[in-house]
Design a protein around this ligand. Structure first.
Ligand code: CP
Length: 324
């Protein structure tokens, strides 16, 4: 746990974990702790963000992130509007900034944005006065995913510092991998990646990240195995011979996990391609914390919304019953 206070002020926006200090990251996780309990109540609603208007602007498909933000906003009593590219004037050629400026003209407070272009969230944040939260931009960043992953690892081990985390799969095309490598390193974990060399960014070792070519070695080494899918929609060439071949060489199977430490856990951000990067008996097995990740996503997003709205971390417990 960190000492919380003025240092935790996040500024106007949350674009990427590279903009946050270790203390700010751990402070967000601490702020999420009291918010976990709200989702366990019979009536899952507190008036913390009453009067705040939040627009969820999703220009790329999403299940977990979009619904998780929407639950977080509704549980904090914010007024929310959901906009996707299909059915909006984006289909008629309206730009991202014009869409956002029109929303601003309706007097909103925050925008949660997912976009297919790297840098879209920063571009928007620099042009509108509302708070902007990045819900995933191209191959750049997915900061709230990394925060919920950090919270899930801390829940299991008590601390992130000193833990060995290996991300296995398509690192090259993954904004989740980029945000998580940043978050894990800032929080003092040992970090490794594993996958076909074609899917590992050149020079990643310079960040202090170890590279494993064999998933068996990675499994023996790590406390946390973070499995990623192959992002076929972002690939423009033959990065792997076939999905079957990928599963044969890098697939996370219960047989391969036999050599893991007893307390090793498996994470996946979703969506999963069962039978490709992960087998069903692992995804649904005793080492999997994939559904606790989803549960923690709501609490982490509540914490981020609360802090960006000016809430004080040390008052999060008592603020559950009133405005920030
Ligand atoms: N983890 C994640 O970003 O999932 P969605 O694409 O469903 O939001």
């Amino acid at each position: 746990m960190t000492a919380m206070g003025k240092d935790l002020e996040l500024g106007k926006d949350l674009i990427g974990l590279e903009d946050l200090s270790r203390e700010q990251i751990l402070g967000i996780l601490d702020t999420a702790e009291p918010f976990k309990e709200i989702s366990e109540r019979k009536i899952k609603k507190v008036p913390v963000l009453r009067g705040q208007t939040i627009v969820n602007l999703f220009f790329e498909p999403s299940t977990r992130t979009r619904i998780s933000f929407e639950f977080a906003e509704k549980r904090l009593s914010a007024d929310t509007v959901n906009i996707s590219s299909s059915g909006s004037s984006v289909q008629k050629g309206e730009t991202l900034v014009d869409t956002a400026r029109n929303l601003e003209a309706m007097r909103i407070h925050m925008v949660v944005v997912r976009h297919g272009s790297s840098g879209a969230a920063r571009f928007l944040a620099d042009r509108i006065p509302s708070n902007v939260i990045n819900a995933g931009d191209g191959q750049h960043a997915h900061p709230t995913q990394a925060l919920l992953d950090l919270l899930t690892i801390r829940d299991r081990f008590g601390a992130i510092e000193g833990r060995r985390v290996c991300i296995v799969g398509d690192i090259k095309h993954s904004r989740v991998a980029r945000s998580n490598v940043t978050g894990f390193l800032k929080c003092g974990a040992e970090v490794a990646v594993c996958g076909p060399r074609t899917l590992i960014p050149a020079g990643i070792e310079d960040l202090g990240v170890q590279v494993f070519g064999r998933v068996e070695e990675a499994i023996e080494w790590c406390d946390v195995l973070y499995v990623l899918r192959l992002q076929l929609e972002r690939m423009q060439g033959g990065y792997v011979p076939s999905l079957r071949e990928y599963n044969r060489v890098f697939g996370v199977t219960s047989r391969r996990l036999e050599s893991a430490a007893d307390d090793m856990i498996v994470l996946h951000p979703g969506p999963m391609n069962r039978g490709v990067e992960i087998d069903s008996d692992v995804a649904d097995g005793p080492r999997s914390v994939i559904l606790p990740q989803v549960t923690n996503g709501v609490a982490v997003r509540m914490a981020v919304l609360y802090l960006l709205a000016g809430g004080r971390p040390e008052l999060a417990e008592s603020a559950k019953g009133r405005m920030p």
